[in-house]
Write a protein that binds this ligand. Structure first.
Ligand SMILES: [Zn+2]
Length: 104
């Protein structure tokens, strides 16, 4: 049988853990609502070269620096380029979406 003190301790740990997870989730949701984080809000650029400074200045929702890992066109929307990034701090995978519109 468990000593009675263990039960409130476990509950307290679970509560704190739950709060942390919720905060992280909220930050992530807020972050994902920003421009360039979904195909619908793709950032318009005139060439793919312009995407690099944006990757350099974008931070992970944890505040860490992100680095570019991959680049591809969306299968169903070839005009949209998705750049796969990774956070150096928490390893979160972040996708940034760009629409390249060539200026004439
Ligand atoms: Zn991160």
């Amino acid at each position: 049988m468990l000593p009675w003190i263990v039960v409130p301790l476990v509950l307290a740990v679970l509560y704190v853990w739950g709060q942390k997870r919720r905060k992280k989730h909220q930050r992530k949701q807020h972050f994902l609502g920003k421009e360039g984080h979904a195909p619908e809000t793709a950032r318009v650029v005139s060439s793919l070269k312009e995407t690099q400074p944006y990757v350099d200045t974008t931070r992970c929702f944890c505040g860490g620096k992100i680095v570019k890992r991959s680049q591809a066109a969306l299968v169903d929307q070839p005009a949209i380029t998705v750049i796969g990034c990774e956070c150096l701090h928490c390893d979160e995978k972040i996708r940034l979406y760009f629409r390249v519109e060539y200026m004439h």
